[in-house]
Write a protein that binds this ligand. Structure first.
Ligand SMILES: C[S@@+](CC[C@H](N)C(=O)[O-])C[C@H]1O[C@@H](n2cnc3c(N)ncnc32)[C@H](O)[C@@H]1O
Length: 238
């Protein structure tokens, strides 16, 4: 059998493209090495989380107690679904604990999100689109206690541009909050630190009683990733 044919067959067997079988480029190799060494990646495999970001939310929730049994949660930028897995466990939306109130978890992403017991997902939906806001509202039994956003645009390679893009996506969460978040509710949203983050913080401070910056240990030290944790939502007076 020719080499090309055997590579094709192996790739078919592994359900991946032949490109995956090529020698990884230097940047890909660095990424693979980092993944192999990362204790959170190992722990996420062990605990069946869909990705390492689960540990960021677990850490934040252990400290600030955002997610309680019976709570209603909206997860924006939810794919592949690790934050939703954490939310399902913490709000008991799969009814695992029959003695505790049963919560609700609703998530949306531009990408496909594989089904998860205890969560309702809107795959292929843009969270910045008002039509998605209306659909999310329809899925909620009552106004949400917590709005989560780990949304992140694809990196363009231009750091400042990416930061600005993420901040403008986060600003649309203010409209979503107005539609779905209950007074007193919380918003946890990811941003990349840069010249535009201050304007988001100011806007959040106008509608939440407190806004703090959180950087969990699971968030890579060399990343500009941060989270705004905004609590005590009050509806804006118009
Ligand atoms: C870091 S991942 C989220 C990981 C997720 N929290 C988890 O634990 O599985 C960021 C996600 O944001 C999504 N995203 C970015 N912009 C979006 C938008 N405008 N609407 C919906 N999803 C978006 C991306 O498709 C990507 O899946």
């Amino acid at each position: 059998m020719s080499t090309t044919k055997s590579v094709f067959l192996v790739s078919r067997t592994l359900h991946c493209s032949a490109r995956v079988l090529k020698k990884p480029k230097a940047a890909e190799q660095r990424w693979l090495q980092r993944q192999r060494k990362d204790p959170y990646v190992k722990a996420s495999h062990k605990q069946n989380f869909r990705c390492r970001s689960a540990f960021k939310l677990l850490e934040i929730d252990d400290k600030f107690k955002l997610l309680l049994p019976g709570h209603v949660v909206v997860d924006c930028g939810a794919a592949p679904g690790a934050w939703s897995q954490v939310a399902v466990q913490r709000v008991n939306s799969a009814g695992t604990d029959p003695s505790a109130p049963r919560g609700t978890v609703v998530g949306a992403d531009l990408l496909n999100i594989a089904a998860l017991d205890g969560a309702h997902f809107l795959s292929h939906h843009d969270v910045t689109d008002p039509a998605t806001h209306a659909k999310l509202l329809q899925l909620l039994p009552k106004r949400a206690h917590v709005l989560l956003s780990d949304m992140a645009p694809n990196a363009s390679g231009f750091k400042e541009l990416d930061c600005e893009k993420l901040i403008s996506s986060c600003l649309t969460l203010i409209d979503l909050a107005e539609m779905v978040l209950r007074p007193g509710g919380s918003l946890l949203c990811k941003y990349w630190d840069g010249p535009f983050s201050h304007s988001l913080q100011e806007k959040l401070s106008c509608i939440f009683g407190s806004v703090r910056i959180v950087k969990p240990n699971a968030s890579r030290k060399d990343s500009s990733e941060r989270y705004f944790l905004a609590r005590m939502y009050r509806k804006p007076i118009k």
